[in-house]
Design a protein around this ligand. Sequence first.
Ligand code: 3PG
Length: 212
Amino acid sequence: MRPIEEIVALSPVIPVVVLDAPQDAVPLAQALLAGGIGVIEITLRTPQALAAAAAIARSGLDIALGIGSVLDDRQLAAARDAGADFVVTPGTPPMLAQALAQARKADGLPALPGAATASEMLALRSLGFSHLKFFPAEPAGGAAYLKAMAGPLPDLRFCPTGGIDLAKAKSYLALPNVPCVGGSWLVPESAIRARDWASIAANAAETLAALR
Ligand code: 3PG
């Protein structure tokens, strides 16, 4: 397993995707790779999400597979069994944080546990989590809020997600505590429905060029 430090360094943006059809998963991952993006987060928002994620895991493509909005230890186990390279939570109550810490210890499974307040961030830091998802980034205070956290919490790194677009991504990525952002804007559901893999690849390449 790649450690979380390597995963967040793969791309300045983690595409957060909603997939209805497992057969779309591999072409989508190939399109992102063709555009230069080597990481993806599949959200557990559709009945077929785990099957879609498992198809990417089985494909052998060199893409870091995240499974997101893991809400409890049952979903954590399912994500691990589907072949996740990392898991993401929107918020991280103590029992879920313990389950993530246990999965890290037992299986080496990296996580981006979600947090929105200094207290939540400190609780995760005390369990050894160095990289957190800041969610929901824009409604919770945006780049200015995260910049304020860099003073008292200089060793934590964040992947802000929620309400981010290309312009906002730039202001987050200018912060010392943000190696990458997450966002669904990069892979619109309409493009997936149309199976427009070429436009997804082009969009990924343009986004990378704009952010690097
Ligand atoms: C998530 O699940 O992480 C967010 O819903 C993605 O946020 P966005 O759709 O605002 O980019």
